[in-house]
Design a protein around this ligand. Structure first.
Ligand code: IMP
Length: 448
């Protein structure tokens, strides 16, 4: 039995609260895609931990695994592990030897490409962590994998091929002067970021530490053994379905597969493992988006401002205000099909309380026709006019007193039904406040 938790929209749906809750009975929490672009806050024993890479279960004494589908920045990894160590947690973190490594030059290229795209209004608004360029090198068969860090001579061979090529790219395509320029967001000198010797020294050290602390695993074998021993595995998705490189609003996407299929490819366990378990889509009661890209239900003006303020919809790292929109059912249908939701959790219901009007988009009109799921191209998706259904707003109540489904205002329960019908799956949990405890659970996915 496994539980897979994935974002149903555009990231920031509040997955962390459910991963915390349902990670409780799990023995192993596995991330299967993405890297340190996924900021999450974990509260444990009244202490707050901010993580972007290490699976949150590691804070709670579980084994946290970074699967082969992840891209790993060792500097972030060890800084998070050290912080947890200093706070007395001794986290058990394992990293797939097949996972790819984010090198400093990936971050430089991420920023350079976004800068170029900005001139054309095409930037994805990336987190700047080097995610895209690392997956590019993976697909281009020139990446460095975690397993390569364990073997200094293999690492040297890899770097000797890829670094000069990457230098040429930075200098010729992006016109960078690597010896003169500084990179404000880079924790190392720009010249070092493109220097084979410096990189080799630095990353051999990471490899040594990974080996000394027995942190690397063959992910598929390791997870299969844990399962054979009777351990429970929770797959923790990052980002959301509409940011999926295949199923999202390409090119305004991340470079991995946050949909549930990623849990198979990104861990080395067959699709039946996650597929026979529970797949819970996490839904925010409205939309929020970081970065550019289609968003047919986008709101502006005071209403967007009100929801943004109430929901605290500002980027965790940059503080940038997030774009806000009405709940988009075509987007949810698409996510539910792509991931095969067996249930959903709907978060931030309290944020929508007491509005004068409340709407959800049930379909789109585009090119003279009506569609029920988003078109495959961003341009056509952006041309969609939402078909709205007015739904009854619910009053503001003392949300801290809401402990059971029946305590919810009737109109809020109707709203949940609309969501459940659209995704053809039951609502397992409802988030009614920013705190982790502010969750009303209807079904525990582990009980199935
Ligand atoms: P990247 O993953 O840094 O390459 O960014 C690609 C796109 O995914 C950008 O629009 C980011 O804002 C978005 N993105 C990446 N991670 C997250 C996340 O954790 N929450 C919300 N959006 C994200």
């Amino acid at each position: 039995m496994t539980v897979t938790i994935v974002g149903a929209q555009l990231g920031d749906e509040g997955k962390g609260a459910l991963v915390d809750r349902w990670g409780g009975p799990a023995d192993v929490v596995v991330r299967f895609q993405g890297g340190d672009n996924a900021g999450h806050t974990v509260v444990h024993d009244d202490e707050e931990y901010k993580l972007s890479l290490v699976p949150s279960g590691a804070v709670r004494g579980k084994t946290g695994v970074l699967g082969n589908g992840c891209v790993v920045n060792p500097r972030t990894l060890f800084s998070e592990v050290d912080t947890l160590d200093e706070r007395g947690l001794e986290p058990d973190v394992r990293v797939a030897r097949r996972a790819h490594v984010i090198l400093p030059y990936h971050r430089v290229l991420d920023g350079a490409e976004e800068g170029e795209k900005e001139d054309e209004g095409l930037e994805a608004g990336t987190t700047g962590r080097g995610i895209g360029p690392t997956y590019e090198d993976k697909a281009g068969r020139r990446g460095v994998r975690v397993g390569d860090l364990l073997n200094p001579s293999v690492l040297r061979d890899r770097l000797e091929y890829v670094v000069p090529r990457t230098r040429r790219l930075a200098e010729s395509v992006y016109g960078m002067d690597l010896d003169a320029a500084t990179a404000p967001d880079l924790p190392v000198d720009l010249a070092d970021a493109f220097d084979v010797e410096w990189l080799h020294d630095e990353f051999v050290d990471y490899g040594r530490r990974l080996r000394e602390e027995s942190m690397t695993v063959d992910c598929g074998d390791y997870l299969a053994e844990r399962r054979a021993a009777g351990d429970r595995v929770l797959f923790e998705g990052a980002q959301g379905a509409s940011l999926d490189i295949d199923h999202g609003g390409y090119p305004y996407v991340t470079s991995s597969n946050p949909t549930a299929g990623g849990a198979a490819v990104g861990t080395g366990l067959g699709p039946g493992v996650a597929g026979r378990g529970e797949v819970v889509g996490i839904v925010k009661a409205y939309l929020s988006k970081v970065g550019a890209g289609p968003m047919p239900t986008e709101l502006d003006g005071p209403l967007a401002g009100q929801i943004r303020e109430r929901g605290g919809e500002f980027g965790t790292v940059t503080g940038r205000p997030r774009r806000i929109g009405w709940l988009d059912l075509p987007m949810l249908r698409h996510a539910a099909r792509a991931s095969g939701f067996t249930g959903v959790a709907v978060n931030h219901l309290d944020v929508l309380a007491d509005l004068d009007d409340l709407r959800v988009a049930t379909a789109y009109d585009v090119d003279g026709g009506r569609v029920e799921t988003p078109p495959a191209t961003a341009e056509r998706w952006a041309a969609c006019d939402p078909v709205y259904r007015d739904v009854e707003p619910w009053p503001d109540v003392d949300w801290s007193a809401v402990e059971a489904y029946d305590d919810l205002p009737a109109a809020a329960r109707d709203y949940l039904e609309v969501v459940g019908d659209a995704v053809d799956a039951p609502v397992y949990a409802v988030g009614v406040g920013p705190g982790r405890e502010a969750t009303v659970e209807l079904t525990d996915p582990w009980s199935g």
